[in-house]
Design a binder for this molecule. Structure first.
Ligand code: UD1
Ligand code: CA
Length: 475
């Protein structure tokens, strides 16, 4: 049976987050809270998804149009409760068939559990089905009140519950499947005679039951799935649990994770089998890591592509392409537009930006390479700087194949170093170097003989120098 409509409630202020960012936009594992919910919902292929927005409306709508352009939104101007929010959505939707209602702050939900809820809802011909779980610490959740025959009578919010009810461990996940038309009929009957003076969607269960509707509570095994995020403590808890879930999936798929507690792979990233993730590593955004690569320790990759067998050690890279068998690090900073062709090497204390490094080429030590293309088999000597910025504009440098750039060269862009050319160490290269030439751009050395004895008498240097004859000092 197909799913017609999904309503996601995301208009609350998230007061307990104490944040200028709307609660549902707080990110964990590479997606916003509502982004995780949308992802779980996507697995059901619903015909229509509607998000109720309110607090931080502009921010939430901007985010939704980026991550889920197919959804529509309904505006809840004032917080009137989950029942009020659902009512507003229903008013606009005129939904029929089955409607799934859930909250935007439950990021651990999986499509599998949502599908299970729907399946049981349809199989039993229920009017309403609530997803529930037994939580070892149910504080803050609505409690599931079952009758003697085990059927669901109603849901009682923590604030409105008596002591006996508070001891109930089975809690409301905030996920419900309804017969849309019956829900629309019942929702107008909600009353705000509760501790918060709000219309609670949870109360619709009792209303539907009293009208003779068939009500189900679908209890799932894993309470982790239904965790809601209301404050930063719960945000961190959910983040850690999601990290563990992702890491477990990866390890079962053949990824070695040396220290799962310090390894953070976003839900949006892809890591192939036989990759090794060393401690303190974050694989973020749309990063993909191909088989056999070794990442870390202490490495962060954001929106990168890493080729097979590449190694990235103690480094940070964003929007970079790291080719098969390339070597990066330690202490390397790769900025957007960096492209390392296969088997190239970028070593310690090197920064690169908007630059391509050819196959087998090396920038081994202490360099800045910006706005450049370097051919294959070239070596960039230690402490070379690609001088790309004249204070106003950026300029481009071209380095050919099998070039040897001497240590401490300044390549002042725009400039081209031809195939097979050299530059002398310490050169400031302001003009093109033709293929096969050596560019020498530095003053000729002169030695001022006896200078230390004359100018720095009595120093340790002078004492050391004086052990040599005058002839020797001349060299
Ligand atoms: C709600 C449930 C509770 C359940 C818990 C599961 C009610 C009354 N209570 O409590 O039984 O155990 O979720 O996590 O439904 N929202 C709106 N408009 C509003 C109020 C809320 O859109 O006027 C949205 C919020 O943005 C949030 C969701 O509805 O995404 C739930 O609201 P929240 O205040 O977090 O409810 P809980 O107290 O967690
Ligand atoms: Ca909540």
């Amino acid at each position: 049976m197909s799913l017609e409509t999904v309503v996601i409630l995301a208009a609350g202020e998230g007061t307990r987050m104490k944040s200028s960012t709307p609660k549902v936009l707080h990110p964990i594992s590479g997606r916003s809270l509502v982004g995780h919910v949308l992802h779980a919902v996507d697995a059901l292929a619903p015909k229509h998804v509607c998000v109720v927005v309110g607090a931080g409306r502009e921010q939430v709508e901007a985010h939704l149009s980026e991550v889920a352009p197919h959804v529509t939104t309904v505006f809840q101007e004032k917080r009137g409760g989950t029942g009020h929010a659902t009512q507003l959505a229903l008013d606009g939707l005129k939904a029929t068939g089955t409607i799934l209602v859930l909250a935007g702050d439950t990021p651990m939900l999986t499509g599998t559990s949502l599908a299970q809820l729907l399946e049981q809802h349809h199989a039993g011909g229920f009017t309403a089905s609530v997803l529930t779980a037994e939580h070892p610490d149910p504080t803050g959740y609505g409690r599931i009140i079952r009758g003697d025959d085990d059927s669901l009578l109603r849901i009682v919010e923590e604030r409105d519950a008596d002591e006996v009810q508070r001891d109930i461990l089975e809690v409301n996940s905030g996920v419900y499947a309804f017969d849309a038309i019956k829900l629309a009929g019942a929702i107008g009957k909600l009353k705000n005679d509760n501790s918060q003076g709000e219309l609670y969607l949870t109360d619709v269960i009792e209303i539907l039951r009293n009208e003779g509707g068939k009500i189900a509570a679908v209890l799932i095994d894993d309470f982790i799935e239904i965790l809601g995020v209301n404050d930063r403590v719960q945000l961190a808890e959910s983040a850690a649990l999601l990290r563990d879930r992702i890491n477990e999936d990866l390890m079962r798929a053949g990824v070695t994770i040396v220290d799962p507690l310090s390894t953070w792979v976003d839900a949006t990233a892809t890591v192939a089998n036989d990759v090794v993730l060393m401690p303190g590593t974050a694989i973020s955004g749309t990063t993909t890591v191909a088989t056999g690569a070794v990442i870390g320790p202490r490495t962060t990759l954001v929106d990168c592509t890493v080729g097979a067998g590449a190694r990235v050690i103690e480094s940070r890279a964003s929007e970079a392409i790291i080719g098969d068998g390339a070597n990066v690090g330690p202490y390397t900073f790769l900025r957007p537009g960096t492209k390392l062709l296969p088997n190239s090497k970028v070593g310690a204390y090197v920064e690169m930006k908007n630059a391509t490094l050819g196959e087998g080429s090396k920038v081994p030590h202490l360099s800045y390479v910006g706005d450049a293309v370097i051919g294959e088999g070239s070596n960039i000597g230690a402490a070379t700087i690609f001088v790309n910025y004249d204070g106003v504009e950026k300029h481009y440098t071209v380095v050919g194949d099998h070039v040897r750039i001497g240590s401490d060269s300044m390549l002042v862009a725009p400039v081209t170093i031809g195939d097979g050319a050299y530059t002398a160490a310490g050169s400031v290269i302001t003009e093109d170097v033709p293929p096969g030439a050596i560019g020498v751009g530095r003053a000729k050395q002169r030695n001022v003989i006896g200078w230390v004895l004359r100018k720095r008498p009595g120093t340790k240097s002078a004492e050391a120098a004086s052990r040599h004859s005058t002839d020797e000092q001349k060299g």
